[in-house]
Design a protein around this ligand. Structure first.
Ligand SMILES: C[S@@+](CC[C@H](N)C(=O)[O-])C[C@H]1O[C@@H](n2cnc3c(N)ncnc32)[C@H](O)[C@@H]1O
Ligand code: SF4
Length: 382
């Protein structure tokens, strides 16, 4: 059971017909091939953040753009004709997107043109912007919440009082969204301070009146991996800071920790049969958690759809896929020309040839395959 009502699903599928078609096409007939336009466009609309999460995979980007870089409403207006034509999903994130004063002007503009838009937020500013959220025509909102214990959520997010604001904001959203059809998702990253309390977190989330709870594995680079990535980037001319996950320490688990995590996840599956909040688990199979959290390399049978399906816009106008900067929307004029450029094609053929780059090893976009892992055991990452 879950409370994404059939009426809401039908509404979304009808309103965003072309987007729904693209998703189905790209996961079936067109699977593994790049179409003539990305299906997903992630836009880091602001690099600034009001929190300081130790795990943040954008930490490098936030440091690099300490002076703050943001995407303007004019950029969205400039892109609008091609967005209207191809109907990708546009995901607005950051940094903290709710710090951007024009965020909901962007969402309204996109939504009025039937472009499915999602916002990913740390949730601390929902209360301040609730009327704008409700009036914007937003399709999806994803709110980060890592624990049911206020002190642990606050500690991980680097600021006291965060938990209280997020929970208050989420409750407000679920209470007041009745007249609007957007979906509310909570996103939790599995970490050392919550891996053994996932069932309790699920029970807490069930009380919030949201549609979905999504769990993500922590994406990270150990110091050794970070070194390998740098060497690889230099050797191959990769330039984007994206997906750097610079944790600066090993984030691997002991046997005991992994066992508790696996048992917890099994319990979540049972709970999801009776809970209203839909459970969305990471793609990694439970039997492979041991290999993932022990730092073994995945095999080249693993796959990632990102290079053939998505781009990210960051630093005001740069367009990148994965770790490769592909262009600039002002200089190159359109996402379409960047997506179909020789540089983008070169990156995708390199990806087809190599399947796994050094930065893929602990990236939560990768669909992991650890079969045949004995062969690669000597390449342990820790
Ligand atoms: C980068 S944040 C940006 C949006 C917003 N500031 C927030 O925290 O929700 C987007 C999502 O990525 C998650 N995230 C951050 N660092 C991560 C990491 N190293 N591995 C996996 N997910 C991570 C966050 O918890 C959040 O749910
Ligand atoms: S709130 Fe989001 S962007 Fe800000 S530091 Fe945390 S994960 Fe990073």
């Amino acid at each position: 059971m879950n409370n994404i009502s059939l009426a809401r699903k039908v509404f979304l599928a009808l309103k965003y017909r072309k987007t729904a078609f693209n998703i189905i096409w790209n996961s079936t007939i067109g699977k593994g091939r790049a179409g003539n336009y990305p299906e997903n466009i992630g836009i880091e609309i602001i690099s600034k953040c009001n929190l300081a999460c130790s795990m943040c995979h954008n930490a490098d980007l936030r440091v690099e753009h300490n002076e703050d870089s943001r995407v303007s409403l004019d950029l969205i207006k400039k892109l609008l004709p091609e967005l209207k034509k191809y109907k990708p999903i546009v995901s607005l994130s950051g940094g903290e997107p709710m710090l951007h004063s024009r965020l909901f002007d962007m969402v309204s503009l996109l939504s009025k043109n039937n472009i499915l838009t999602s916002v990913s937020t740390n949730g601390t500013l929902i209360g301040h912007r609730i009327d704008e959220i409700l009036d914007s025509g937003l399709g999806f909102i994803s709110v980060s919440l890592d624990h049911f214990k206020p002190e642990l959520h606050d500690q991980g997010r680097g600021k006291q009082g965060t938990f209280a604001k997020v929970v208050e904001g989420v409750k407000l959203l679920s209470k007041r969204r009745k007249k609007t059809p957007f979906n509310i998702k909570i996103n939790t990253v599995i970490r050392e301070d919550n891996y053994d309390e996932l069932p309790q977190i699920y029970s807490f989330i069930e009380t919030l009146g949201v549609d979905e709870w999504s769990l993500a594995h922590l994406s990270f680079l150990t110091p050794k991996m970070a070194q390998d990535v740098e060497e690889y980037k230099c050797a191959n001319g990769f330039s984007s800071p994206w997906y750097a996950f610079p944790l600066g320490r090993d984030a691997l688990f002991s046997d005991d920790q992994i066992e508790k995590l696996v048992k917890g996840v099994q319990k979540l599956r049972d709970m999801s049969k009776i809970y209203k909040t839909r459970l969305s688990l990471p793609t990694l199979e439970e039997k492979d958690y041991y290999l993932y959290y022990k730092g073994k390399y995945p095999t080249c049978k693993s796959s990632c759809s990102f290079p053939t399906r998505g781009v990210l816009i960051h630093s005001g106008a740069k367009v990148s896929t994965c770790v490769m900067d592909l262009g600039d929307v002002y200089k190159d004029n359109s996402i379409s020309s960047i997506w179909n450029s020789a540089r983008a094609n070169k990156f995708r053929s390199l990806y087809r040839e190599q399947k796994i780059f050094p930065h893929c090893l602990r990236c939560n976009s990768l669909n992991y395959d650890f079969s045949n892992h004995e062969v690669v055991v000597e390449r342990d990452i820790a």
